[in-house]
Design a protein around this ligand. Structure first.
Ligand code: PXP
Length: 254
């Protein structure tokens, strides 16, 4: 794996701590406390998706996280005016623009950076003007990477959902798509992140994908936390990521 100078960073997505809270309408478990625990366990940043239907994270959670000293916050959101205004007011460190359909169980597919270029570009500019580092959650396709760069986004997050679900030859094909998109993104000067569906089992396959800066991982860490606690689940993932970065030289060039 051709690595970034600073090493692979982990963004811990705590949405599903809020899912558990919302399931019973209680005030626990608190995703803000989860964010603190994740940062103490040496997550590099905390990621939350403020969905339009508010099914897990609430605006007050994001506001409370923003007020936490030392917490680097990545807000995932759809490109809709109310959320853009919310982000401009709150100024999270990073915003990742994602597609959103109300009926979906989770974010299915990347944002249509080509077809929605004209709507996305002003948002990318407005958020950048507010001092926010903007990322686009895209499919690992050449058109989407090219459009993201043309739009002026400094950062892309490659959707790893198809990779995570694929097996055998199909998984190898998905690794190839991710590798090509990462090479292209890096060549265009973009920071390349990745996420969705990553877990301890499928993480090692990303060894062949170069230039990754940050992995955003949520569901598998929160699920694992049921058995080992959140801090240990974060540390386990960090150890797995460190092993990824330590690929032997021969593999690193593949
Ligand atoms: N990255 C983005 C842009 C996402 O929308 C999500 C899911 O909210 C994730 C990463 C994390 O995915 P998972 O919960 O499957 O690890």
């Amino acid at each position: 794996m051709k690595a970034n100078a600073g090493g692979l960073r982990l963004g811990v997505n705590v949405d599903h701590v809020a899912t558990l809270r919302q399931a019973r309408g209680t005030d626990y478990p608190d995703p803000v406390e989860a964010a603190r625990v994740a940062m103490r366990a040496e997550a590099d940043l905390v990621t939350v998706h403020l969905r339009e239907d508010r099914r897990h994270i609430q605006p007050a959670d994001v506001e409370a996280m923003r007020a936490e000293p030392g917490l680097r916050l990545n807000l995932e959101m759809a490109n809709v005016p109310a959320l853009v205004e919310f982000a401009q007011r709150l100024r999270p460190d990073e915003v990742c623009l994602v597609p959103e359909r109300r009926e979906e169980r989770t974010t299915e597919g990347g944002i249509d950076a080509v077809g929605r270029f004209a709507e996305l570009q002003p948002t990318v500019r407005a958020l950048a003007d507010a001092g926010i580092r903007v990322s686009l959650f895209i499919e690992p396709s050449a058109d989407a990477v090219e459009a993201s760069a043309r739009m002026g986004a400094p950062c892309i997050e490659l959707h790893t959902g198809a990779y995570a679900e694929a097996a055998g030859a199909a998984r190898a094909r998905e690794v190839g798509r991710l590798r090509d998109a990462a090479e292209q993104g890096h060549a265009l000067g973009l920071q390349v992140n990745a996420g969705h569906g990553l877990n301890l089992e499928n993480l090692p396959g990303l060894r062949a994908v170069p230039w990754l800066d940050t992995l955003n991982i949520g569901h598998s860490i929160v699920a694992r936390a049921v058995w080992v606690g959140l801090a240990e689940a974060v540390r386990e993932m960090r150890r797995a990521m460190a092993a990824l970065g330590a690929a032997p030289a021969a593999e690193a060039e593949s």
